[in-house]
Design a binder for this molecule. Structure first.
Ligand code: TNX
Length: 525
């Protein structure tokens, strides 16, 4: 199941986009331009894939999708009816994109030899045409070819070999299209994280933000600090055994993500949400007393003892480990919900973390509260608190920082769908799929329009989610809705049309064993 890719299509749901050949397709996220026209192409036993060496991941992904849909394993070589072509035209700056790394980071922090995964959205642009003679995917970049192949995989019927005649020209609205998984409140194994990557990346999610530490658990091995995982890793919400990732485990997750052009963004939350670290190392507390592991679900009560030399050494070691293990350009330092420090203490810690992150050639990401500190222009603020006056976001933007939009009342996948949902919290409201879909990231915060929005991210906090089934139930179908918010031009989005396309994904989820919520606004087949 870890290798599963959603090749969704061919359903006969109400209102799904009809192609002239009479088949039905369910592209999510909706491409910028789609025109179904003319005869399609039927994949045969001898159909081959032609691809340049740089497109190896795209070709491999496509071959696997074809094999799942048809049973035939296409050859990959120089000739073929399905052609992946690099056009050699590198797209220019769009004004909305990001250059990777800070000025000191040139050439580093790049997860793949072929360019950043979270960069100029134009780099992910592609064209896809299908006619009776074959299939052609064209892009200026390997990552763009991969996005085109992901669309093609959704056009493949689950039970046959005929693709519709179609012409698609596509590019994402936003560079950062994230999913966050909290592996601290409850621990999830490498295999579970890999399955989550498989499921979300089918919707062109390109960032998996891993929330690796919190009051209830510390999940990443740090060289020279075995107590962090031995003590801090041995608990979780409710008192279960917890767990942690060794360096090798973490590298496996990074490699799995990279195969799908997904960037891993690790988060170690500080200075708050640190009870597990404080339980592991009493030197991090002001009173120097050893604390017992915490297994409840309160927030805001714990903090590192800012100003202590032991705390500074801890920051140095932790950030160095994150930077060394993470090929991508972003490190998340948390920064949320600190109730026991002065603003000055808080700012000191955030600014020190930022200095260490930048010295490692990376860019700092933090929850919106970091806007209280003096941010560098290459730092990134993550908005989450709907309803509050977002002064901290405005301050961050005035310093040149960009913003990731994660409004809790829209995209917190840990909220209940309705009164009857057996899992989840409800402090940010009940969130049905139409709520997750029906908002515009550029209209959320005054003065933070398209040019300041780096992208969108859907967090999945796990106070109430303990199993893979729980994760799937909370993420599906809301995660695909958020993926379309992040990818599709605002003027092309319509909930009714989305719901009709989404319906076609239900049977495929069922086939993959994905436990999803049958939202009543969707007519599931
Ligand atoms: C708020 S959002 C938190 C998390 C909780 C979540 C539960 C944010 C930055 N902090 O610590 O897990 O609410 O919904």
């Amino acid at each position: 199941a870890a290798a599963a890719v959603l090749a969704t299509g061919a359903c006969s749901g109400d209102g799904a986009t009809a192609s002239p050949s009479g088949t039905w397709h369910s592209l999510v996220p909706l491409p910028a331009e789609v025109a179904y026209r003319g005869a399609g192409f039927t994949i045969g036993r001898d159909t081959a894939i032609a691809a340049p060496p740089e497109a190896g991941r795209a070709a491999g992904h496509l071959a696997a999708a074809v094999r799942r849909a048809t049973g035939w394993a296409p050859r990959i070589g120089r000739e073929g009816e399905i052609r992946l072509e690099l056009t050699g035209e590198r797209p220019g700056a769009s004004g909305r994109g990001e250059s990777p790394g800070n000025p000191g980071a040139a050439g580093r922090g790049d997860p793949s030899a072929d360019g950043p995964v979270v960069g100029d959205p134009g780099a992910e642009a592609y064209e896809l045409t299908v006619d009776r003679d074959g299939v052609r995917v064209r892009s200026g970049t390997p990552v763009g070819l991969f996005r085109g192949v992901q669309t093609l995989a959704q056009l493949l019927p689950g039970d046959g070999a005929t693709l519709p005649g179609v012409r698609i020209a596509d590019r994402p609205r936003f560079a950062w299209r994230g999913a966050m998984l909290d592996v601290a409140r409850h621990f999830f194994t490498v295999e579970e994280v890999e399955r989550y990557i498989d499921l979300v990346s089918a919707y062109k999610i390109n960032v998996l933000h891993l929330h690796l530490s919190d009051d209830q658990g510390w999940r990443l091995a740090v060289a020279g600090r075995p107590e962090l995982t031995a003590v801090g890793g041995a608990t979780e919400v409710g008192g279960g055994p917890g767990g942690f990732y060794t360096e090798q485990d973490y590298r496996r997750i990074v490699a799995h993500a990279r195969e799908r052009y997904v960037e891993i963004v690790p988060e170690i939350d500080m200075p708050g949400h640190t009870a597990a670290a404080l339980a592991a190392d009493p030197a991090l507390s002001c009173d120097g007393r050893r604390r017992r592991p915490y297994t409840g679900i309160a927030v805001g009560f714990s903090a590192l003892c800012v100003g202590r030399p032991a705390v500074d050494r801890f920051l140095v070691d932790v950030i160095a480990t994150m930077a060394r293990l993470t090929p991508g350009p972003y490190l998340h330092i948390g920064g949320d919900e600190v109730e026991t420090l002065s603003q000055e203490q808080y700012n000191d810690l955030i600014e020190r973390a930022q200095e260490l992150v930048r010295a490692a050639g990376k860019r700092m990401v933090g929850w919106q509260e970091i806007g209280g500190a003096r941010l560098a222009p290459d730092s990134v603020s993550q908005y989450w608190q709907t309803g509050r006056t977002p002064d901290d976001v405005h301050r961050a933007v005035r310093r040149g920082a960009k913003v990731i939009m994660s409004p809790a009342s829209r995209v917190y996948l840990d909220m209940k769908y309705d009164d009857e949902t057996r899992l989840g919290l409800e402090w940010a409201g009940l969130i049905e799929v139409e709520d997750a879909y029906g908002w515009d990231p550029a209209e959320l915060v005054d003065g933070v329009g398209d040019d300041r929005v780096l992208g969108v991210e859907a967090p999945l906090w796990t106070e109430t989610a303990e199993t893979m089934d729980d994760l799937e139930y909370l993420a599906f179908p809301r995660l695909p809705a958020v993926a379309e918010v992040a990818w599709t031009p605002q003027e092309s989005r319509d909930f009714g049309d989305f719901a009709a396309r989404l319906a076609g994904h239900g049977p495929r989820w069922a086939e993959l064993g994905v436990d999803f919520h049958r939202s009543p606004a969707v007519t599931w087949p």
